[in-house]
Design a protein around this ligand. Sequence first.
Ligand code: S3P
Length: 254
Amino acid sequence: MLDILRAEIDQCDSILAEALGRRFLAAARIATYKKECGMAVYQPEREAAVLNKLAANLKNQAYGAEIQELYQHIFQLSRRVQSRQVFSCNIVLIGFMGSGKTTLGRHLAKISGFTFYDVDRLIEQQTGQSIPNIFSMHGEKYFRAREREVIERLSTVEQAIISCGGGVVIDDANVTCLKQRGKLIWLKAEPATLLERLRHQHDRPLLKDKSLADIKSLLQKRLRLYAAAADYEITTDGKSVSAIGDDILGLPFV
Ligand code: S3P
């Protein structure tokens, strides 16, 4: 009995593998078309239409919920297949604290299917401490050394969206490392916008008072570093996350 059921599963697997291969190939061919027409990889309406059609076909299916869940992964992988073809490099987000790197990084990972890496979160995982604790217990120099290690570790990742801490550009070695496989995008924002976004946050040891004057003075010191490191600049003031994401994916990556 077990052998018969396993043979049934083996047969399903070979049908699935063949069908999925065809599906990803079709997705890759669509990517060529999207690239030529300047169309975005992520088309939420199309994904919704596919799910609706599927739901109708799955009406009498005992495992409809599982199949629908599987489709979320298939969509994610199809977006990655297409993004890989549309832009061949990692996307690295740089910019001052509060410029939206983490929020945007997560959004870009969702719409591109690429893997998301947040440098500050990786430092916290590696040290087992929060960023404010690292600063208060060991100081900035120690933090920068951990940041350097994480960036070095990320030098080999591909198909990645990387959100960096605001001070990553202080060390030239970080910039060189990130540029090996990525394009650096500077998310720009006016000091007043940064203050507004940071107002209710308490995890920025370098901006304890969060005054406009503090932001302006630190930003002033770093502007030329961001400008020198950036491959592209995107202004974020007054724009929604999805509009900024579309601006980024519309950049001429090679
Ligand atoms: C820093 C920015 C922070 C974090 C640390 C130092 C900086 O990251 O890395 O507090 O030097 O600008 P965010 O830019 O994500 O806030």
